[in-house]
Design a protein around this ligand. Structure first.
Ligand SMILES: Cc1cc2nc3c(=O)[nH]c(=O)nc-3n(C[C@H](O)[C@H](O)[C@H](O)COP(=O)(O)OP(=O)(O)OC[C@H]3O[C@@H](n4cnc5c(N)ncnc54)[C@H](O)[C@@H]3O)c2cc1C
Length: 384
């Protein structure tokens, strides 16, 4: 993908981002706005990553359709949208993370069932891994998929699941046998008996509406098990790892969008600076540009090989830290009443905190980065 193409794509995304700005604070106050006004003004189908056959009017750059089916396209576009409102990006209807599991594991019937549901009208989906008592560690996952005659029963609780309460279907990870290879991914319709979802109260990225999902003996069939025709090494955890690798650059670009928005807010609200403050702003400009380059490199790397999340971990560490630093310091630069006087800054500060946890905490990224480095995947990375 040429630099010119990505520059034009970024310019298109920037123009669309203006549509999200007017509703950013409303969505923060009232996450249900994502459902009553799907896309919050944005033509959501163009940004949802729908396949060509379900996307008659895609984004176009120089006449060429852009389906956002590569990580590189996604990080360029979503950073610009996140600069207006990261929560609105995450609250868009459409496939989100679950599509990556579908792409890797679903058979033809499951693909058709998934995409026809997701593309016909505004439909939200979820990716449910994290559990209340065990977090996102698959080794201690308690949600189970058990045989029940010819069929199955799904039982367990998932927490911190984005868009859960507003979803029509999603992917749930559950244990069928002991050990990491015993984890499978299942496609679950939310109107099945025994399935309930409740919103959680959150401070940051409130539009995403984190939820708790409870599944009490939800009836499933063989046709709901994703990748059932594959070997155990190519099922649940295999697809989950590839999904995390693909979406860590996306989370990084959202954090970068928040960092850039906080920087923009400071420079539009304050005109005069001390010398040390000028140095600070120059440092931020350089780090924003450097992190943007790292996020793009990480996206290229996972597009080339979704098994390797080393650069993606580095990008997530850098972008998350930068978002936290700029939003926090922006409050000091804009004076004692800054969060009160600038509600958008208050929102950016709260949103920035959420990225630390999405797709694994900083410590998990450091472990991934160290492992990649020791295995020779990187020769010169200084993300710590
Ligand atoms: C905005 C947002 C959206 C989310 N969306 C989803 C979603 O859609 N679906 C979903 O399933 N989950 C989702 N989550 C949950 C998220 O993926 C988890 O919270 C995250 O992966 C952290 O996992 P955990 O809760 O298990 O924390 P833990 O991994 O238990 O971490 C707790 C603490 O222990 C540290 N730690 C853990 N392991 C190690 C180690 N080996 N070495 C050193 N330190 C360690 C961590 O750094 C952290 O400080 C979301 C979370 C947020 C905030």
């Amino acid at each position: 993908m040429s630099t010119d193409f990505l520059t034009d794509l970024r310019a298109q995304a920037r123009a669309h981002a203006d549509l999200l700005r007017p509703t950013a604070l409303d969505l923060d106050r009232n996450p249900d706005l994502a459902v009553s006004a799907p896309g919050c003004g944005l033509p959501w189908r163009r940004f949802a990553g729908l396949p060509a056959e379900y996307n008659p009017d895609p984004l176009r750059v120089d006449g060429r359709p852009v389906l956002l089916d590569t990580c590189v396209e996604r990080v360029v576009v979503l950073e610009e949208l996140a600069r207006a409102d990261a929560a609105a990006v995450l609250a868009l209807p459409g496939p989100s993370m679950s599509a990556s599991v579908i792409a890797d594991l679903a058979d033809d019937d499951q693909q058709q069932r998934y995409w026809e549901t997701v593309a016909t009208e505004p439909t939200w989906t979820f990716f449910a891994m994290t559990e209340p008592a065990h977090g996102s560690d698959p080794g201690s996952m308690h949600t189970t998929l058990r045989r029940h005659g010819d069929d199955f029963r799904l039982h367990g609780t998932k927490r911190y699941v984005g868009n859960g309460v507003r979803s029509r279907l999603g992917v749930v990870f559950a244990r069928r046998n002991a050990g990491p290879l015993g984890v499978v991914a299942v496609l679950v319709d939310t109107d099945l008996p025994g399935f309930t979802a409740a919103p959680l109260s959150t401070l940051g990225l409130r539009g995403l509406q984190l939820s708790e999902l409870r599944m009490v003996d939800v009836p499933l069939t063989e046709a709901d098990i994703l990748g059932r025709q594959r070997s155990a090494t190519r099922q649940g955890m295999w697809a989950a790892t590839r999904t995390f690798n693909r979406y860590r650059p996306v989370v990084s670009c959202l954090a970068l969008g928040v960092a850039q928005a906080a920087y923009d807010l400071v420079v539009t609200q304050r005109r005069r600076y001390r010398t040390d403050e000028r140095h600070l702003l120059t440092g931020w400009e350089q780090r924003l540009a450097g992190t943007r380059a790292l996020v793009l490199a990480a996206a290229r790397a996972v597009d080339a090989d979704p098994r390797d999340g080393t650069l993606a971990a580095a990008a997530k560490l850098r972008a998350t830290r930068l978002a936290e630093e700029i939003t926090t310091t922006a409050v000091r630069l804009l004076g004692p009443g800054a969060r009160w006087e600038h509600p958008m800054l208050d929102k950016l500060l709260r949103d920035a905190r959420a990225f630390e946890f999405m797709e694994g905490t900083g410590n998990i990224q450091r472990l991934t980065l160290a492992e990649g480095y020791l295995q020779g995947r990187l020769t010169d990375v200084r993300a710590g």
